[in-house]
Write a protein that binds this ligand. Structure first.
Ligand SMILES: [Zn+2]
Ligand SMILES: [Zn+2]
Length: 128
């Protein structure tokens, strides 16, 4: 009987730990996906990997600048450039609540160094 109780308590603890991990992960995803949306052109010149790096670059928390490679240090970066939209949801309390920022984004094809220059910002109606 005693062993059984211990097992029940241990299972309960495990469940609570799992639950807190699950909610922690869910809350983290929500912040990233709900607040910022990076939109690329349909036939984007950027590869999937480059898109991930660019998405991260708009998300200060998850962005870690890559160290420049030797080639870039010697000869400079080899950038490719495209227009990228960044939608920031629910940044305003009154309608329209969301903003769309248009950036000229360039990424180095060698070291993935990313630079985004804001071209213009507009308010958009998308969230209530
Ligand atoms: Zn470079
Ligand atoms: Zn929105």
């Amino acid at each position: 009987m005693k062993t059984k109780n211990k097992i029940v308590i241990a299972m309960g603890l495990c469940f609570m730990v799992l639950l807190s991990i699950a909610t922690g992960v869910a809350a983290h995803n929500l912040i990233e996906e709900d607040n910022i949306e990076v939109v690329f052109k349909e036939n984007s010149i950027f590869s999937d990997e480059e898109k991930h790096i660019i998405e991260a670059s708009f998300n200060a928390d998850s962005y870690h600048a890559q160290p420049y490679g030797l080639k870039c240090s010697l000869f400079g970066h080899d950038y490719k450039t495209e227009i990228v939209s960044v939608i920031r949801h629910k940044v305003r309390t009154a309608k329209p609540r969301c903003m769309r920022d248009t950036y000229e984004t360039k990424i180095c094809t060698v070291c993935s160094d990313t630079i985004s220059t804001l071209i213009y910002s507009e308010q958009i109606n998308c969230c209530d």
